[in-house]
Write a protein that binds this ligand. Structure first.
Ligand SMILES: [Fe+2]
Ligand SMILES: [Fe+2]
Length: 241
């Protein structure tokens, strides 16, 4: 186990989300989950202050709303960055690495969409500060940029956003952050494997890549019978082959 994976696991333990399956999966809109359901599933439902709003209120807690906007910005940039780096990988002769970038870009669109929908009541313009990696060099270096972004998201950004959402009793945001957190860990590992190959001048040995269109879970090989993160069925997956 790498240091990164250990620190990620600790972050998840702190967040009380060591198990993979999202507790409210299959319950329809998480926004409609009752306090009893949330408590039974381990999702925090305690209000941290008298100012906390319950999910579904027209006023979302300011910090969670800001975090959702920031995450939407970050995922939107990641989607575009991976598409650009995917085109560069193809130019560099790495067809499979290009396909990996394209598939994971689709997963980032899922995350951006989930965050955007979770902000449904937050209508209007906003300045959005988000971390975004830059650099357009050769494919191994571009892959390192992708790894850096995925590690930042999965070890720092999403664990902290998730904790705040729990404190503020924002169940929809918790689900959106949790889905992204789990998927980004997989992305980091896939990009590490791709970089290993690219550094030797070889393309990645890569089968079909499956993307869950509900949570962004990403896996190489056959479509799983059920998504291990969100519980979506096989027909919710998109294949990049
Ligand atoms: Fe990712
Ligand atoms: Fe999923």
């Amino acid at each position: 186990m790498t240091v990164d994976s250990v620190s990620r696991r600790k972050a998840l333990q702190v967040a009380g989300l060591g198990a993979l399956a999202w507790p409210l999966a299959g319950a329809g809109s998480a926004a409609g989950a009752s306090t009893e359901e949330a408590e039974a599933s381990g999702v925090s439902s305690e209000s941290s202050s008298e100012h906390s709003k319950s999910e579904g209120d027209s006023t979302m807690n300011t910090m969670t709303a800001d975090n959702l906007r920031s995450a939407f910005g970050g995922e939107s940039m990641a989607n575009m960055r991976y598409r650009i780096w995917g085109e560069k990988a193809k130019e560099d002769g790495f067809d499979n690495i290009s396909r990996l970038f394209t598939a994971i870009a689709r997963a980032e669109k899922v995350h951006a969409t989930n965050h955007f929908v979770a902000l449904k009541d937050q209508v209007g313009d906003a300045l959005v500060p988000s971390m975004g990696g830059f650099g357009y060099t050769d494919t191994p270096e571009n892959l390192q940029g992708a790894i850096n972004g995925e590690v930042y998201e999965s070890t720092e950004m999403y664990p902290s956003f998730l904790e705040v959402a729990k404190m503020q009793n924002q169940v929809g945001a918790q689900q959106s952050f949790y889905y992204a957190l789990e998927a980004e860990k997989v992305h980091a590992e896939m990009y590490r494997e791709a970089k290993k190959a690219a550094k030797t001048g070889s393309d990645l040995d890569l089968g079909p890549v499956q993307i869950c269109l509900e949570c962004g879970y990403t896996v190489e090989g056959n479509i799983p019978g059920e998504c291990p993160i969100c519980g979506a069925s096989a027909d919710e997956f998109q294949t990049f082959a």
